[in-house]
Design a protein around this ligand. Structure first.
Ligand code: P1T
Length: 390
């Protein structure tokens, strides 16, 4: 299978016709346990659904194939996948984390892992000198989010992997914003790739899930052991939905990126907009790196409008197609204010230091008609910003 391209793998990897009936769609094996032929003799290797389930396995195989990985493991949420990586560490170990990460990831490292003696150093991983400076011998794992949420900062993944390796640290890349259609961190040297499958992998805002993939047999064995020991598995129906989502990942990502590029350009030219952040714009400070390490620029845009928080609030409450909601990566367009919603768990002072203005607006561009989306944002911008500005 591995010779096929991503579009083909998405539809076939892990998805042979079902053995008994020839069903072309992997069935939902809604079962907690499996009858054994005799003591210690499972029929097809399945014993209990916390350990393994055929619908989950098909999804894991498909997802792993898309990331070019030998192994994939599915979890009940993105945060559960993140949490599983931490069982590779011991108390006293330290972690280097991209400074601009999803608010829940920041909260997890600062409020949860700190209780277990694992210290996180938040570093601007876009700055290789800063990464090198912070790589002390206690750092056992480097956590990269690229592009970051919500400022869309990029990290040179290959370069950080080289640095981390020379210090004996593992590298995990949260690839949620790009999906394997646009970025394959394992090919760039990462040890583990992580996703919130809730987003582009599932793609339809109808499930919460997470995944990990790796090429290392040893890491895979440890992560599987920990998952079985701890839990946090997705149910068969969620796995089925995610697998169905994966089938259209390639076409969806192209549509997201096409719309996002047009909308980023529309916003950049709009008199009421102060600043637009999108890796596909020449004005993005790391546009060249985006072209080098990504195969598309994604569907996420952050921007600031003239005025401040009040104008931003009016804007997000005035769109009709862009729904005011947390999350991203679904077929429908979403709009939100990170400071008040997805990144509220980050203290205000830290947010300001990072450059997350209170009025920063984040949009997840869906796959609706591009002109309809522009018109929606256009009318909301007109409402948000006083006539003199527009
Ligand atoms: O929500 P969950 O599936 O547990 O995934 C957490 C997560 C991890 N990594 C990144 C980059 C994410 O964006 C998320 C979840 N993010 C949102 C809910 C959001 O609106 O940004």
């Amino acid at each position: 299978m591995s010779n096929y391209s991503l579009e083909t793998l998405a539809i076939h990897a892990g998805q042979d016709p079902e053995a008994m009936t020839g069903a072309v769609t992997v069935p939902i094996f809604q079962t907690s346990t499996y009858a054994q032929e005799g003591l210690g003799k499972p029929r097809q290797g399945y014993e209990y659904s916390r350990t393994d389930n055929p619908t989950r396995k098909a999804y894991e195989q498909c997802f792993a194939a898309l990331e070019g990985a030998r192994f994939g493991i599915a979890f009940a949420s993105g945060m559960a996948a993140t949490n599983n990586c931490m069982y590779l560490l011991n108390s006293g170990d330290e972690v280097l984390v991209s400074d601009d990460v999803y608010g829940g990831t920041f909260r997890f490292f600062t409020k949860v892992m700190s209780k277990f003696g694992v210290r996180a150093h938040f570093v601007n991983t876009s700055d290789l000198a800063a990464v090198e400076k912070h790589l002390n011998p206690n750092i056992k794992l480097v956590w990269i989010e690229s592009p970051t949420n919500p400022l869309l900062k990029l990290t040179d993944i290959a370069a950080v992997c080289r640095l981390a390796k020379s210090h004996g640290a593992l590298v995990v890349v949260d690839n949620t914003f790009m999906s394997p259609a646009f970025q394959r961190p394992l090919e760039l040297g990462a040890d583990i790739v992580m996703h919130s499958a809730t987003k582009y992998l599932g793609g339809h805002s109808d499930l919460v899930g997470g995944v990990l993939a790796t090429n290392s047999e040893e890491i895979n064995q440890q992560m599987r052991f920990h998952q079985n020991a701890v839990g946090a598995i997705p149910g068969p129906f969620d796995c089925w939905l995610a697998l169905r989502g994966l089938k259209t990942l390639a076409v969806r990502m192209q549509a997201h990126a096409r719309n996002a590029q047009a909308i980023a350009q529309f916003l950049e030219a709009h008199p009421a907009v102060r600043k637009v952040i999108y890796p596909g714009l020449a004005s993005h400070p790391q546009h060249a790196l985006a072209q080098k390490q990504m195969h598309g620029f994604g569907g996420m845009i952050s921007f600031e409008i003239k005025g401040g928080l009040e104008e931003a609030k009016t804007l997000v409450e005035s769109t009709h197609l862009f729904l005011l909601a947390e999350s991203l990566g679904g077929v429908e367009s979403l709009i939100e204010l990170p400071a008040i919603m997805t990144h509220a768990s980050i203290p205000a002072q830290r947010r300001h230091e990072m450059g997350i203005a209170d009025g920063l607006i984040r949009i997840s561009v869906g796959i609706e008609n591009m002109d309809d989306l522009k018109a929606d944002l256009g009318q909301a911008l007109a409402k948000a910003v006083s006539g003199s500005l527009v």
